[in-house]
Write a protein that binds this ligand. Structure first.
Ligand SMILES: [Fe+2]
Length: 344
């Protein structure tokens, strides 16, 4: 292709609806100044001040929220949660960025490791026990119900091998009075329970609705030889939330993109290769909807693991998120270098 021709893709409904690719004579994603709330940012999850890192009684720290009540938080627990947690109005998905933990749930214990997505529907009860000195997780809360899509693309996830559920033979060993926190949109309700609500004798019917799959076990969809859009593996009923692997794949550099209906959040999990300007595990980008961006090549030698969250509700970073974020240019996701005397 002529190096002076710049492909541009405008897409509706993520990558599922109207889709048009045009060639343009110059890049349409570049800018030198930006002011206002709807501006792309790089975010360093390791720089978010997670208050539960040092005080186990604290809760995860929200770094972003959407207009549809999606909440994104960071947790960095080093000690077990001193309470049982139950979310009444949100499904949760956790991504383990660093460390290993055990989720002690209603139906046994689930051991998780870096790269695991942990799916915890509402009304599930659990507490978390770190098994490494430090941990780092992204906590996604959605008022909708999250499900695999509904079984992901054939060849994308080998559910029989890659999906793990709690071990019902490893049940909670706690007993006696237990603090139970129930989360709703308007806050936390604290119960003191007579006994540990996680205690279980056996499962007599059905299977635990808690499950995990590792990012490395989700096969990126590729279209050879020229590439094509990614495919999501989990979604909510209105598709307000879509989850993808955005790990390296054949196909080269995608076109510049206008995502008409979704904000994009991409998190770099690990290399060895970088994803454009993202080369530190736990760094990510937030690209607000309708802002043109141009991702880097997706097939660097050595590869990388990354994931993409699409949010139908427009995202805004919280004060804690902004404190760990900086403006970025949107071609290779480096920090934005402001024009001399410009606003940035
Ligand atoms: Fe995009």
């Amino acid at each position: 292709m002529n190096e002076n021709v710049y492909p541009h893709n405008w897409s509706r409904e993520g990558f599922l609806g109207d889709f048009v690719v045009a060639l343009r004579p110059h890049p349409i994603n570049e800018y030198t100044e930006v002011a206002g709330p709807h501006a792309p940012h790089r975010i360093d999850l390791t720089a978010v001040k997670a208050v539960d890192a040092t005080d186990p009684a604290e809760l995860p720290t929200a770094f972003a929220r959407s207009r549809n009540d999606l909440v994104l938080s960071v947790s960095a627990r080093s000690e077990p949660t001193p309470f049982v947690w139950r979310n009444a109005e949100y499904d949760e998905v956790h991504l383990v960025q660093e460390g290993e933990l055990e989720y002690v749930t209603d139906w046994g214990t689930l051991a998780v490791r870096p790269g695991d997505f942990v799916f915890l529907p509402r009304a599930v009860s659990y507490r978390v026990v770190p098994t490494t000195p430090t941990t780092l997780r992204v906590i996604i809360e959605t008022p909708e119900a999250v499900a695999m899509n509904p079984q992901a693309q054939p060849g994308m996830i080998n559910a029989a091998r890659a999906v793990r559920r709690p071990d019902p033979a490893r049940v909670s060993q706690e007993s006696g009075p237990t603090t139970l926190l129930i989360r709703t949109t308007d806050g936390i309700t604290r119960f003191t329970m007579t006994n540990d609500p996680l205690a279980m004798t056996e499962i007599v019917y059905g299977r635990a609705p808690v499950w995990t799959v590792n990012l490395a076990d989700i096969q990126p969809v590729a279209y050879l030889p020229a590439g094509g859009p990614p495919s999501h593996f989990a979604e909510t009923p209105t598709k307000d939330l879509l989850l993808y692997t955005l790990s390296s794949r054949p196909g080269g550099r995608p076109p510049q993109h206008h995502n008409a209906d979704y904000d994009e959040l991409v998190f770099y999990f690990r290399g060895p290769a970088p994803y454009g300007g993202l080369d530190a595990p736990g760094t990510g980008i937030w690209i607000p909807k309708a802002v043109a961006h141009w991702g880097p090549r997706e097939d660097p030698e050595g590869g990388y693991l990354a994931w993409l969250l699409e949010s139908g509700g427009t995202i805004r970073l919280t004060a804690e998120g902004l404190a760990a974020a900086e403006l970025m240019e949107t071609s290779l996701f480096h920090p934005l270098v402001p024009a001399p005397g410009g606003v940035a």
